[in-house]
Design a protein around this ligand. Structure first.
Ligand code: PEP
Ligand code: CO
Length: 460
């Protein structure tokens, strides 16, 4: 099936339809839905291939340069958002709360660690999930597992759980709405540094991290007033650069959004600025790695505790054979208990080849467990410990701890335990709302940002 041959070029855009014969087709593609009607899938992807790109190739190129600066040790990545976005969550309030939290974290890092922060949301496209089991059993009934709103519904009914290609269209439109809000928040005055107090307003009184943030915001205010008094009011303070990202899991969708950039003639996945391949789909000879290889966006790969040095070198060889700085980011997710033991051999192998990559720590996915109540959860202490281990390893090897990749939300959910505004295991039921993995709430996300800023600042 070809998704792009009949699609008309997008008028007024610099992106023509991508190559008709995608090189990943025919390779084993893990974690793809069992779409009941391939004809409908083809019709939807063909329609998507004719819709406008969500991001532009030139923006992806700027992000690649920013990530190259991270690899050189000159900047730090803050990447985060929901484990799984939902269509219902594509609202102004929910997107604003996430952006607000990300901006607050970024300010804590920029000010606390004196480092430029590359802000990448796990937003505007994170609608599909790999699952450990294809089916879910409840009270003797077995149904297909929920694979994200782009595939099927969360509700445990045969109707909701049947994969529906029409959901890919909704995923595109929800991504567009969300990205539009993010762009407006980032550049339309809301992200102006002079708003540093306003981001905290609805939050400060209830939480120790909110109060700590308020003190930092006060210091920033004084610094801004000082600069203004000196006659300096740089443009950079009035807006932020913000990038979108998600896991490139549903290859039919990603391919439909892949277009040829008219400047360079090269294919870009215009569904997001940055896409990554997950731990479960990073088979070297599989379709996902081939798809990532075939696009020009900056890409990431998740690397878990089972990865060997030769796996990592092979991934680099496949995805960044020319050693282009910022092209490939390695996102490690080892677990607090193992990071100090399993990360060093991987880093040593990469250094030995003379390669510089942004090393980003995902301290979430290696630290998930089931609470006695049955909720899937994470301890903030484990998250902090994995980050601490990540910093120790990089300090010992003389490499740059390039960033963090986290799952958080702007709302006061109770999904992870711990934090300065303590959530106990018995509290989890109060506001457990995630469609997939447990997320840090706003207070926990700020706790993490303060810890990361301290670790970064006190590096040798
Ligand atoms: C995720 O990021 O939600 C995810 C599934 O991660 P991983 O590929 O690291 O397991
Ligand atoms: Co997750």
């Amino acid at each position: 099936m070809s998704v792009t041959t009949t699609a008309a070029p997008v008028s007024g855009s610099t992106h023509a339809p991508g190559p008709a014969q995608a090189s990943w087709r025919g390779l084993p593609a893990a974690q793809q839905p069992d779409w009941p009607d391939p004809g409908r899938l083809a019709a939807v992807t063909e329609e998507l291939a004719g819709l406008p790109p969500l991001v532009f190739a030139g923006e992806c190129d700027v992000l690649r340069e920013r990530l190259a600066a991270v690899a050189r040790g000159e900047a730090f990545v803050l990447q985060g958002g929901d484990c799984a976005e939902t269509f219902a969550g594509a609202t102004a309030d929910s997107v604003r709360a996430k952006l607000q939290t990300l901006l607050q974290m970024a300010v804590v890092l920029t000010y606390g660690a004196s480092v430029p922060v590359v802000k990448i949301g796990r937003v505007a496209g994170q609608f599909a999930k790999p699952r450990s089991r294809p089916f879910e059993m409840r009270d003797g009934t077995e149904l297909p597992a929920y694979r994200g709103d782009a595939v099927n519904g969360f509700e445990f009914t045969a109707r909701a759980r049947t994969p529906d290609p029409g959901r890919l269209r909704r995923a595109y439109h929800c991504s567009a709405v969300t990205l539009n809000l993010c762009r407006a928040f980032a550049t339309g005055g809301y992200a102006d540094l002079h708003q540093v107090h306003a981001w905290n307003q609805d939050f400060v009184a209830q939480s120790p991290s909110g109060q700590r943030y308020e003190r930092l915001a006060g210091e920033i205010d004084r610094a801004l007033a000082f600069m203004r008094a000196c006659g300096a009011d740089p443009e950079e303070l009035h807006a932020v650069e913000f990038y979108s990202s998600h896991e490139a899991l549903l290859l039919d969708y990603e391919q439909a959004l892949t277009r040829t950039d008219s400047r360079t003639g090269l294919p870009y996945d215009t569904s997001a600025h940055f896409v990554w391949v997950g731990e479960r789909t990073r088979d070297l000879d599989g379709a996902h790695i081939e798809f990532a290889r075939s696009i020009r966006n900056p890409v990431g790969v998740k690397v878990g505790p089972g990865a060997t040095p030769s796996d990592v070198l092979a991934l680099i060889g496949r995805l960044n054979p020319g050693g282009e700085p910022g092209r490939l980011t390695l996102i490690t997710r080892m677990g607090a208990a193992r990071v100090r033991e399993v990360l060093p051999p991987l880093i040593r192998a990469v250094i030995a080849e003379g390669i510089e990559v942004p090393w980003v720590c995902d301290p979430m996915h290696g630290n998930t467990f089931e609470a006695p109540s049955g909720h899937k959860t994470r301890r903030l202490d484990d998250v902090l410990d994995e980050v601490q281990g990540f910093f120790e390893v990089h300090r010992d090897l003389g490499t740059h701890p390039g960033g963090i990749h986290i799952e958080f939300t702007g709302d006061n959910v109770t999904e992870c335990v711990g934090g300065s505004h303590e959530i106990a295991a018995g509290d989890l039921h109060q506001r457990y709302e995630t469609a997939c993995d447990p997320r840090l709430n706003r207070s926990q996300a700020l706790d993490l940002a303060f810890t990361v800023a301290d670790r970064y600042r006190t590096r040798p």
